[in-house]
Ligand binder design. Structure first.
Ligand code: UD1
Length: 338
């Protein structure tokens, strides 16, 4: 393939770039080197365009686009809402408009499009819990109850056909990008695969930035000789997927595009449900640091549990994650930070 890789200098992009090259593909990276992510802006060189996806351009000699460029983060502050829309929604729109005769697109989406995960009530079956209430959280009631009877709910795995429920500007802009890409595919006869990444971790993970995920935050704390601080009661569930497994999901999806329908979404997670308390404990132990403390603090915008089934991707494309959490966290601890 002759691939245009947007966001190829970022955390995930760097690994996708390496994987594409290792598989023998030709790669052109388009990356803006946003100053809030990158300290330095390199000179353009062969195979690298330093530029913003929002600037219209033409792409010659490209048959497949992998669109990772985005403003990431929690997306909860209203101050940033226009930057999310501009960087992610408008950025995707301008890129789509610039694709010309290119017909193959992999779009980096996120589990965040679902909002809360799947929940089942013993009496009412599958239910959508209501918004989290500060009164509950302040009193240590972190599990969302059944909205009909108040009974405890059983968290489960989200599949791709679950209704999206984006809860912040980042989530809304990522879902909007999926919709725009699907529109492009219908209009042009192109094919788009949207990969809904779970919580990605691994070497090069950004840290000490507002965008740092919890695994990087815990690692930084341990390296400073501090105790990882686990919010809520530590029982919140996520699926941590290694960045190299993400890279193989991207390259497999890109190669499969010619045989795919106009629009397909795949969840991309390790398949292992983990609690934040377990991740903290595992990291502390692997590092030989102080055991984590559970603080009861919370971030109001957080969801309680979100875990997905990645079976569709495994069955359709034969993707198989190579890292289990323990090997992956050891890899994270042994690596340099991004
Ligand atoms: C992450 C992304 C978010 C994205 C979502 C879905 C970041 C920072 N977060 O959110 O933008 O929308 O995936 O793709 O990029 N926690 C602690 N201690 C800490 C920090 C966090 O216990 O010091 C807890 C949080 O309360 C949360 C969990 O760790 O329950 C995970 O936090 P985070 O890494 O931010 O991931 P998500 O909330 O899943």
């Amino acid at each position: 393939m002759r691939v245009l890789l947007t966001g190829g200098a970022g955390f995930i992009g760097t690994h996708v770039h390496a994987q594409l090259l290792a598989e023998g593909h030709e790669v052109t990276v388009l990356d803006s080197f946003r100053p809030d992510v990158h300290a330095n802006r390199p000179e353009p060189r062969p195979g690298l365009i330093v530029g913003d996806v929002r600037d219209p351009r033409t792409f010659d000699g490209i048959d497949t686009v992998v669109h990772l460029a985005a403003k990431v983060g929690l997306g909860v502050h209203l101050d940033d809402i226009d930057d999310y829309v501009s960087s992610n929604s408008l950025g995707t729109a301008v890129l789509l408009k610039s694709l010309g005769t290119i017909r193959n697109l992999v779009y980096a989406s996120s589990m965040v499009v679902y909002g809360e995960g799947r929940y089942d009530c013993p009496t009412h079956g599958q239910v959508a819990p209501g918004p989290r209430r500060t009164d509950d959280l302040d009193n240590g009631r972190f599990e969302p109850p059944c909205p009909y009877c108040g009974a405890p709910l059983e968290p489960g795995l989200v599949t791709e056909d679950a209704a999206p429920d984006p809860r912040n500007a980042y989530a809304a802009s990522k879902l909007n990008g999926e919709h725009l890409a699907a529109t492009w595919a219908r209009e042009t006869g192109g094919r788009v695969t949207a990969l809904r990444f779970h919580n990605v971790y691994g070497p090069g993970m950004p840290r000490n930035t507002p965008y740092a995920g919890v695994a990087a935050i815990f690692r930084s704390a341990l390296e400073r000789g501090e105790t990882p601080r686990v919010f809520e009661d530590g029982g919140q569930r996520r699926d941590f997927v290694h960045v190299r497994d993400i890279a193989t999901a991207v390259t497999l999806s890109a190669a499969a595009l010619p045989d795919q329908p106009a629009f397909t979404a795949y969840n991309v997670g390790s398949g292992t449900v983990t609690t934040i308390g377990e991740v903290a404990a595992e990291l502390s132990q692997a590092y030989g640091g102080a055991p984590p403390i559970v603080t009861g603090e919370y971030r109001l915008g957080d969801v309680r549990h979100i875990t997905a089934s990645s079976d569709r991707l495994k069955h359709a494309l034969g993707w198989k994650p190579a890292y289990d959490l323990s090997a992956g966290l050891t890899d994270l601890l042994g690596s340099a930070a991004g």
